[in-house]
Write a protein that binds this ligand. Structure first.
Ligand code: GLP
Length: 241
């Protein structure tokens, strides 16, 4: 058994710098600047690399933001969304924000075995693969790839061209409403492509939500993977016995 003090002395050097910065952040308003790397290096009598590592972790955790050319600032609080059976558009509206969507790519392709099984199709059945960038108040927040049966939802890609809500189109154009889903959450890091769309850094932490949704009759509707910026989102669920 390791004594607490012994464990603490083995903590990496940058960790003490990070704790110091966390205490500082707690006293500041979102948008306030934090001291420069150079100043922190001098103040804390440590190396620039150590300060850089502490700052990088705090950026990844969504406590600080870097603005090119102007410095590092205390981040705005994360967006807090409940985990529930709503659409991105509805969820943004429910928290007083406006969602917009950019259609990146819509193709029709043969489903791989896993997707075909999830959507209740024969292996190789045709699916829509729709990739969209989701924005909240104009800021890119998530990158979403949805798979839906092409035979069941003809012309879906065209209907989504205007950046419309998928759930609204399913309801109004096809009379289909996903009402239950299995959703999983995993962590991942942004690839260069994802980082570019989401205006973040390659390697930035992401929360990947995968949703497999069904109608009230139990028919599968969609298989979707949504890559949310991990530094901007917190998902909340209510538990009860
Ligand atoms: C969320 C869900 C997706 C769903 C989408 C629909 O992002 N994770 O599974 O497809 O909402 O959103 P909208 O109707 O705004 O297009």
């Amino acid at each position: 058994m390791v004594a607490p003090d012994e464990r603490f002395t083995r903590a990496p050097k940058y960790y003490a710098v990070k704790q110091h910065l966390l205490e500082l952040i707690d006293t500041l308003q979102p948008g306030s600047p934090v001291p420069t790397e150079r100043l922190l290096t001098a103040q804390l009598a440590t190396s620039r690399t150590t300060v850089r590592q502490a700052l990088a972790e705090l950026v990844g955790e969504g406590r600080l933001v870097r603005r090119q050319g102007s410095g590092t600032f205390v981040a705005e609080p994360k967006v807090s969304w409940p985990l529930q059976m709503t659409s991105f558009t509805e969820q943004a509206a429910a928290t007083g924000h406006a969602a917009t969507t950019e259609l990146i790519e819509a193709t029709r392709e043969k489903a791989g075995d896993a997707v075909a099984e999830r959507l209740g199709l024969h292996p190789g059945g045709l699916v829509h693969r729709i990739e969209r960038l989701r924005l909240v108040d104009g800021t890119p927040m998530a990158l979403e790839t949805s798979h839906l049966s092409a035979a069941r939802f003809p012309g879906l890609a065209r209907l989504l061209k205007r950046g419309d809500s998928l759930y609204r189109v399913l309801r109004d154009e096809f009379g289909v409403e996903p009402v239950t889903a299995e959703e999983t959450i995993e962590t991942a890091v942004a690839s260069p492509r994802e980082a570019e769309y989401l205006q973040t850094d390659t390697g930035a932490p992401m929360l990947v939500l995968s949703r497999h949704s069904f109608t009230a009759a139990g028919e599968p509707v969609e298989w979707v993977q949504s890559w949310y910026r991990g530094d901007r989102y917190r998902f909340v669920t209510r538990l009860s016995v």
